[in-house]
Design a protein. Structure first.
Lengths: 258, 267
């Protein structure tokens, strides 16, 4: 079975290049031969059913999980060899990794701003508090904020260092539709305005279609499909991205052969 | 090593201490209680034993030094535990922070918190119970330094242990000083111990400090080279503890434990 190698637009500088990534637990592969790229200004959706290998892939890109084999380059830096420098250009927000609830919004942003070596940190924090509508919560402990407010804080932290690569693992999970739309708008704004690319996972196909320039479908640790989320369903005989998702989840082998 | 990253780890703990009486009080409350308890105990023993022997520099001084060592060790482990309790590993270790910067942050924080505890003990022991540091001479500072270094080594070792075994294993770390105290000869000469315990004692830098402290308090001469041996041992143990933490961290990254730390195991 051949793992699909996916490549984005050739003319766009790459912020992330993943090649032949494999992660094995006790002889069983959780991720198998995954290769893809994320270009500057591009939002790439990493889709797939639960257990497909999305979070495993993201953890490897974040340097908290060592691949069994394969390479990860952030900009031109090899993550395995230049971990700290590569991660200084990266940032992330994940629904399962909230910022410490016992620190205030400002304190969290200050601590992580120092860790990421943000220049003119005070001004950058003020800018992000404004941008994410957090000014009134500046001195409020993160643990008492609503999930929507906490997500905005996590995104503000994720954008502190104006990352070249922004990883978002289900950033809008458990948010109400209005808040989720607001968050999507801010991430689109980031990709359009700054010099970064975004790797995004979500189970909300409406959202993926609205936000992502390109999607990768993962199943059983492999990339099965890749393409434009608005045209991909038709190319595979499905009415919508959601139908395609269900087909990938139920019959990945059939899609792999198609 | 970027100092601002290590400073960020210490700053996080400063914010926590500043905003929480439950974290701030233990920095000096328990050591102050120890000073009061052992101060009165020393006074009482002075009244019931030979007039020539002063228990204050021997007993109260020993408790002060031992408590300082415990504060240093816990100063390191507490900062690490805050990351465990707030499930902050992913945010910290998926950042540009290196292991040496992270450990540097734990040490910076411990310097600040243990100094506060030490100051409270020094003030109480000298003003209320008349502990005179002249009894130890200039060696008092190297005594503290050796205990500080060993506290750092043991603190880093404790953090590595918890990183390896999971959040619940913090209960292995709290009793470590109590476990070591019989071997360190805090209150008695090492010659009191059986041979096998003395062999263990010689691997523990505090045992050199307490032997020296007792010798000086009794008016004897103490070989500085013995203390240097203790200091050298403490430095080696810091390097070993750092190597152990790095190894455990590498294994946690290889197995995926960092990303799933709350599960305590990846198997």
């Amino acid at each position: 079975m051949r793992a699909m190698v996916t490549v984005g637009r050739a003319d766009v500088p790459k912020v992330l290049s993943v090649a032949k990534l494999r992660k094995e637990y006790g002889g069983k592969a959780a991720v198998e031969g995954v290769s893809f790229e994320v270009g500057r200004g591009e939002i790439v959706g990493l889709l797939g059913p639960n257990g497909a290998g999305k979070t495993t892939t993201i953890n490897m890109v974040l340097g908290v999980l060592q691949p069994t084999s394969g390479t990860i380059h952030i900009q031109d830096l090899d993550l395995a060899a230049q971990r700290s420098a590569a991660l200084a250009m990266t940032n992330f927000a994940a629904v399962y990794s909230p910022l410490p609830g016992n620190l205030s919004v400002y304190q969290n942003l200050r601590v992580f701003g120092l860790i990421y070596g943000v220049k003119s940190l005070g001004a950058r924090i003020a800018e992000l508090l404004e941008q994410f509508d957090l000014v009134k919560y500046r001195d409020v402990k993160c643990g008492v904020l609503s999930s929507g407010e906490q997500t905005r804080v996590a995104l503000a932290k994720a954008m502190l260092n104006r990352p070249h690569l922004l990883l978002l693992d289900e950033p809008t999970a458990s948010l109400d539709p209005a808040t989720a739309r607001d968050i999507r708008a801010r991430i689109r704004e980031f990709a359009a305005r700054d010099t970064g690319g975004v790797l995004w996972t979500s189970h909300n196909m409406y959202e993926v279609e609205e936000v992502c320039d390109r999607v990768l479908f993962l199943a059983r640790g492999r990339v099965l499909l890749e393409g434009n989320p608005r045209t991909l369903p038709g190319e595979h005989g499905q009415a919508s991205l959601e139908e395609l998702f269900i087909a990938v989840a139920r019959e990945p082998l059939a899609l792999e052969r198609s | 090593m970027h100092l601002h990253r290590a400073a960020a780890v210490a700053l996080r703990h400063y914010y926590l201490l500043r905003g929480s009486l439950a974290r701030f009080l233990p920095l000096f409350a328990w050591v102050a209680i120890d000073m009061v308890l052992w101060g009165f105990m020393s006074r009482y023993l002075n009244t019931v034993t030979s007039q020539e022997y002063n228990f204050v520099p021997v007993l109260l001084g020993a408790v002060l030094l031992w408590d300082f060592f415990i504060r240093v060790m816990q100063g390191v482990t507490m900062v690490f535990f805050e990351d465990v309790w707030s499930r902050n590993f992913l945010n910290m270790f998926a950042s540009p922070l290196t292991i040496s910067e992270y450990l540097g942050g734990l040490v910076l924080s411990s310097i600040a918190t243990s100094t506060l505890g030490l100051l409270v003990m020094l003030v109480l022991a000298s003003t209320v119970f008349g502990l005179s540091f002249a009894a130890y001479g200039v060696l008092f500072v190297p005594f503290l330094l050796v205990l500080f270094l060993f506290g750092i080594a043991l603190g880093i070792f404790g953090c590595a242990l918890v990183l390896r075994l999971g959040p619940a294993s913090e209960w292995f770390v709290w009793p470590i000083p109590a476990l070591l105290s019989p071997f360190a000869g805090v209150f008695y000469p090492l010659s009191t111990l059986p041979a096998w315990m003395q062999a263990v004692s010689h691997l523990l830098p505090p045992s050199y400090v307490f032997e020296g402290m007792r010798t000086l308090a009794a008016g004897g001469a103490f070989q500085v080279s013995t203390l240097l041996w203790g200091a050298g041992l403490a430095v080696v143990e810091i390097l070993l503890a750092c190597a152990f933490f790095t190894r455990v961290h590498r294994q946690a990254v290889r197995t995926g434990l960092i990303a799933r730390y709350s599960a305590e195991s990846v198997s």
